[in-house]
Design a protein around this ligand. Structure first.
Ligand SMILES: O=C(O)CCC(=O)C(=O)O
Ligand SMILES: [Fe+2]
Length: 757
């Protein structure tokens, strides 16, 4: 940047000025030509010097990060890059006849090792033709690599050249310019980028700086490459389109779905239609679908980054990923992308580079940009739900790996963790820690007790001369075994508690309200057993209401909201022991009795539901609902802040949107969840205390229509088929549903015992 641009930046964007300055002052770029670095960079050799030159010439974005790699990895990566670049230059060259190109491509892994090999027949306009003209330098340097590096490079080249040759052949002989299916698009990206990721992982493993297993993470390495490649393919739409290079799959850009959503227009016939005036909205919908497609690789990339140990390797991988998610947020809903090249601002890039130093911070970056994307999403976009789900997955990944209620505080004693006092998970986590602490104290107390009892009894009995040496030894052994047993129990208990809490975090429904959704909480056999028991229960136990029937389990309520307790039926208390299972989720840890003591069993036939209502003050604000037999869509509503016109009589349709005290209810649900059969949903806190909940009385639930809202737990659903219906649109027929709403009643009357004990 020149002095003038610095001044301009200082005046127009002072914050960016500060970030860029900080970046230039703090980033210590490795100078590969530095004499001290020669043993690893090879800069003293003319051949390698030339290779470093070509790296700078051919890759603007990668040469910086490649040079930052530690030790000889920078040189190895430079050569790997140049080999693939050479291959790519041949593939790209439209002046080469197909036959010649095929031969060159399919032999490239051998040519690249023939001393003195170079290629001077590239078209005059090929940007990187000079690299091939002087390719003998690369060959020379490759020969000097240790075999475990060279093996990786050659193996990847061999795989990639096959893919490239196939694509080039198809393009040059069939005249078809478009990629058709998304699978084809994935395969293409695998060849040009996924394989690069695979090779990079292999080289990291080979360097010994990362574990051997990294080289075997093919799926994650592939996703990392695809995340970058697909982002570039989206961003470069206009440039590629002008060059008549089309990488977007026709299945997406030509889809009739997007035309229909724009007032019944046809799907696009050519990719260039997307930048033409009048087509903006439809182009936008296509772009959203492309972005959903790439966002689905995000959590794999994050998983990959968490596996890395070496700081320079981490930076190398993380920086491009952070740039990619920022680029996606920039492109999303941005019509400018169809008109010109757009790029994230320099200062934003510098800030991302400085931040991408550890997996937690990269997760924060992903979360921030996912939220930006989500905030820009347009409900009339056919991909709206899919975008929400994709962003929700990133959100969920971050929350699972780095729960937001655990805050990292940097102070004089280093970095410490603190639980956010306003988060409802804090009491659970604190209770867990408290119990662990108490268990430890108790263990110590027991140890002291054993020690002193032991000492005193020995003393006493020893003094009385009652114990022989052998008896004493046996006594000690027994005590040791007892101590070990107790220690183990304490550990298992603490482990279970931690597991309980961690598991719940894993099932958190994305969004601001606290809810957890656990699919398949009971197995199919258990469900069958429970339903048989419910069906067998005697008729008088059912209470018939106008629109459903129910049973109360665990005892009735007195007029003062006190539970008059009764035993649960055996199918709740014994097998499959729902209460213990719910207890082990950790959700009821801070409730008065540590587990539910009261259950409402509701039965809904298809077409029956429950109107929006609140459950009242008698319960501790945690509810666990088990669904059996059929799904249902559960809606949460909020009260309207401004009371509306006088309440209308209950026979009119607006009546359902006022409650019994005439308070108005917002008719758009605040949150909806699909409850699959066998699932458990746990709602807590304000979702329970200051909102209403209800189920529509319909025979089927429709997803994806213009009226349909988002399903907050879509990403957590257990059944693939159901998830697809929710995400892509469709209907689910209601069957008879039984639900067990399990809660802890705060006040419980003493049990009445009949007769003498
Ligand atoms: O069936 C359900 O899941 C909801 C039941 C309910 O809200 C209630 O009984 O209060
Ligand atoms: Fe309820």
């Amino acid at each position: 940047m020149g002095a003038l641009s610095w001044v301009a930046l200082l005046i127009t964007h002072p914050n960016e000025f500060r970030i860029l300055l900080q970046y230039y002052l703090w980033s210590d770029q490795r100078d590969v030509s530095n004499k001290e670095e020669w043993p690893t960079t090879g800069y003293d050799r003319e051949t390698m010097k030339r290779c470093w030159y070509f790296l700078d010439m051919t890759s603007r974005s990668f040469s910086g990060v490649i040079k930052q790699l530690e030790g000889d990895l920078a040189r190895v990566m430079c050569l790997y890059y140049l080999v693939l670049r050479g291959l790519d230059t041949i593939e790209d060259d439209m002046t080469l006849p197909d036959e010649k190109k095929q031969k060159l491509l399919r032999q490239f892994h051998e040519l690249t090792l023939i001393k003195g090999w170079n290629f001077t027949e590239s078209g005059p306009d090929e940007a990187d033709r000079q690299l091939l003209v002087e390719y003998q330098n690369v060959v020379e340097e490759l020969q000097m690599l240790s075999p475990h590096y060279l093996e990786v490079i050659i193996a990847i080249t061999k795989k990639m050249q096959v893919g490239m040759a196939d694509y080039a052949h198809k393009a040059q002989t069939t005249g078809s310019v478009y990629i058709e299916k998304t699978e084809e698009y994935d395969l293409y990206c695998h060849y040009v980028a996924g394989l690069v990721g695979e090779g990079i992982s292999g080289l990291f493993s080979a360097s010994g700086k990362e574990g051997k297993f990294l080289g075997q993470q093919l799926e994650l390495s592939n996703s990392m490459g695809l995340f970058l490649q697909k982002t570039n393919i989206i961003r470069d739409y206009r440039e590629d389109c002008d060059d008549k290079r089309y990488f977007w799959p026709r299945e997406i850009w030509g889809s009739e779905r997007f035309g229909k959503a724009c007032g019944g227009r046809p799907g696009f016939k050519e990719m260039s239609e997307m930048w033409q005036p009048g087509n903006e909205k439809q182009a936008q919908y296509v772009q959203s679908a492309m972005i959903v497609n790439v966002l689905n690789h995000a959590t794999d990339s994050l998983d990959y980054l968490r596996l890395l140990r070496n700081q320079s390797i981490f930076n190398f991988c993380a920086i491009p990923q952070s740039m990619a998610i920022a680029t996606l947020a920039l492109c999303f809903m941005n019509p400018a992308m169809f008109q010109r090249n757009i790029k994230i601002r320099k200062a934003e890039a510098a800030h991302l580079i400085m931040r991408s130093k550890n997996p937690r911070e990269v997760a924060n970056i992903f979360r921030e940009y996912a939220r930006k994307i989500h905030a820009k999403a347009d409900p009339s976009d056919p991909s709206f739900i899919a975008i929400s789900v994709a962003c929700g997955k990133i959100e969920q990944w971050c929350e699972h790996q780095y729960p937001s209620f655990v805050e990292m505080i940097t102070g004089s004693t280093g970095v410490n963790q603190r639980f956010n006092p306003t988060d409802p998970r804090t009491p659970i986590a604190e209770a867990t820690l408290d119990r662990e602490k108490n268990a430890l104290t108790e263990k110590r107390r027991q140890e002291y007790l054993v020690k002193y009892q032991d000492k005193y009894s020995k003393l006493a009995r020893g003094a009385a001369g009652e114990l022989t040496a052998q008896e004493l030894e046996e006594l000690e052994k027994k005590q040791e075994i007892q101590r070990k047993k107790e220690q183990k129990e304490v550990l298992v208990f603490a482990g279970l508690l931690i597991l309980g809490v961690v598991n719940l975090i894993n099932h958190r429904v994305a969004g601001t309200h606290i809810a957890y959704y656990i699919p398949n909480f009971v197995s199919e056999e258990e469900e069958e057993y429970l339903l048989r028991k419910i069906r067998e229960s005697p008729q008088p136990q059912w209470k018939q209401l106008p629109n459903r029937r129910l049973q109360i389990l665990g005892g009735g309520m007195s007029s003062k909201n006190v539970l008059v307790p009764q035993d649960f039926p055996p199918y709740v208390a014994n097998f499959p022991d729902l209460i213990s299972r719910i207890r082990s989720t950790g959700a009821f840890q801070s409730s008065p009795h540590g587990a539910p003591n009261h259950i409402i069993l509701n039965e809904y036939l298809p077409g029956q539901g429950i109107m929006p209502h609140e459950d009242g003050p008698s319960y501790h604000p945690v509810v666990a609902t088990l669904s059996l037999g059929s799904h249902a869509v559960f809606h949460y509503y909020q009260y309207k802040h401004e009371p509306e016109d006088p309440v209308v009589s209950s026979s009119t349709s607006t009546a359902i949107f006022t409650n019994s005290q005439g308070k108005s209810i917002d008719k758009n649900p605040l949150l909806s969840m699909l409850l699959e059969p066998r699932s458990l949903v746990i709602t807590t806190s304000d979702l329970y205390t200051s909102h209403l909940h209800g189920i529509d009385d319909v025979v089927e639930d429709v997803f994806g229509g213009p009226e349909a809202g988002t399903v907050a737990n879509a990403a957590l659903l257990g059944e693939e088929r159901v998830r697809e219906t929710v995400v892509n649109g469709g209907t689910l027929k209601r069957e008879t549903r039984w639900s067990l709403t399990c809660r802890d009643v705060e006040k419980v009357a003493a049990r009445i015992t009949l007769g003498k004990r």
